[in-house]
Write a protein that binds this ligand. Structure first.
Ligand SMILES: Cc1ncc(COP(=O)(O)O)c(C=O)c1O
Length: 382
């Protein structure tokens, strides 16, 4: 039979986490998901039904509907005062925003630096463009900050871009202002693009989020989404911000990719963006409370050590038990708790587990009772 499939398809692996989640029992406590257990705000739901009823069901502009782009530009002025509508492009979620950016920038032979541990789509996107992903590492002992010397060593004349993610999935680490500034300087010196995934920028508990937008535009692409901020993962709307020059090029690619982002959903998201943000702040408070519960419970387990997440909603502890992360996660799965082995996010995640606290406090407590029990039965490394 003819081999139909492209080399890029063959180079992609099915995510290990998905395979594991499929094996979970129906009553399992799910601390594995990167998805909030809230619903979108009523104002957004009403705006969605109204948009559909009012006939906003056709194609829209490739860059997104003007009122949403304008509202987003306004929102981004908190990071840099001169953001304008023309600097913003609406996408079908951050996933598609990252992919269209990759397709606009990467060619065969290019190298792209990706975070390890890091969100699972960065490397496949680079591969889908025929380029080569190279990992830079972040470790708990460095508070999950990238090592600048390592980044310098990885850069070659073929390096095209570096992908950043802060607050980070899976570590919940946040880039310090100085680190971000240093990376931007390295990128400028070596003519690299900085692609900064900031989908958790509104979910910050301590301190301030440092955005890549707080500097020159020329070589940056800011990526965001409504999935996490407004609990709309299934609505598939996100956005990019960059220089007009960069947005023009991405928009060219975007037209051939999705034609336009979904029209009624943009109307709904617009309603959420311009509404008072009290509900969002309330939800961040709820998540902070859950964070405090889960971190205490995890750090009370012998052999576990977890930094306090400053943003996002993941606890990413190390364990010193004599077992691999995959086997540990599998034991937990069989005992009724779903979590992700840190190795799913790269080699630096190998001695970690990722627990999402996007679940009720009761479920977190029940889940941690199980984790504590399972951990006590596994011998520790001497
Ligand atoms: C760091 C990060 N970036 C991007 C995404 C994908 O976001 P979206 O739903 O907007 O595609 C996720 C989802 O888990 C994520 O954790």
């Amino acid at each position: 039979m003819r081999d139909w499939f492209s080399a890029r398809t063959k180079r992609l692996q099915i995510s290990g986490i998905r395979k594991m989640f499929e094996m979970a029992g129906p009553d399992s406590i799910n601390l594995g998901l990167g998805e909030l257990d809230f619903q979108p705000a009523d104002a957004a739901i009403e705006a969605l039904t109204k948009a559909v009823r009012d006939g906003h069901n056709g194609y829209g502009p490739t860059r997104g509907i003007p009122e949403l782009r304008e509202a987003l530009a306004q929102r981004l002025t908190k990071y840099r005062p001169d953001v304008e509508t023309e600097n913003v492009l609406v996408t079908a979620g951050a996933t598609q925003g990252l992919l269209v950016t990759a397709m606009t920038l990467f060619d065969h032979g290019d190298e792209v630096l990706t975070p390890d541990p890091g969100f699972v789509i960065y490397q496949p996107h680079v591969i889908m463009c025929g380029a080569m992903p190279l990992r830079y590492h972040m470790r708990q002992e460095d508070k999950f900050q990238p090592n600048l010397d390592e980044i310098m060593e990885l850069i070659t004349p073929r390096t095209k871009a570096i992908i950043l993610n802060s607050p980070n999935n899976p570590t919940s680490g946040m880039l310090e202002k100085d680190t971000l500034r240093a990376i931007r300087e390295i990128a400028t010196d070596h003519n690299l693009v900085v692609i900064s995934d900031e989908v958790y920028d509104e979910i910050v508990f301590d301190g301030e989020h440092n955005s890549v937008l707080d500097g020159e535009y020329d070589n940056i692409v800011y990526v965001n989404s409504f999935s996490k901020t407004y609990a709309m993962t299934g609505w598939r709307v996100g956005y990019l911000a960059s220089s007009k020059y960069m947005i023009d090029q991405i928009s060219k690619m975007q037209y051939y990719n999705i034609a336009c982002p979904p029209t009624p959903l943009q109307k709904a998201v617009h309603a959420a963006v311009i509404a008072p943000q009290d509900e969002l702040y309330e939800r961040v408070k709820i998540l902070k409370n859950r964070r405090d519960i889960i971190i205490k419970r995890i750090n009370d387990i012998e052999g576990f050590e977890c930094l306090k997440p400053r943003g996002a909603f993941y606890a990413f502890p190390t364990f010193d038990h004599d077992i691999s992360g995959e086997d540990f996660a599998m034991k937990l799965l069989k005992a009724g708790v779903i979590c992700a082995p840190g190795s799913a996010f790269g080699k630096s995640g190998e001695r970690h587990l990722r627990f999402s606290f996007a679940n009720s406090s009761e479920n977190i407590e029940r889940g941690m009772d199980i984790v504590e029990k399972v951990a006590a039965e596994i011998p520790r490394k001497s």
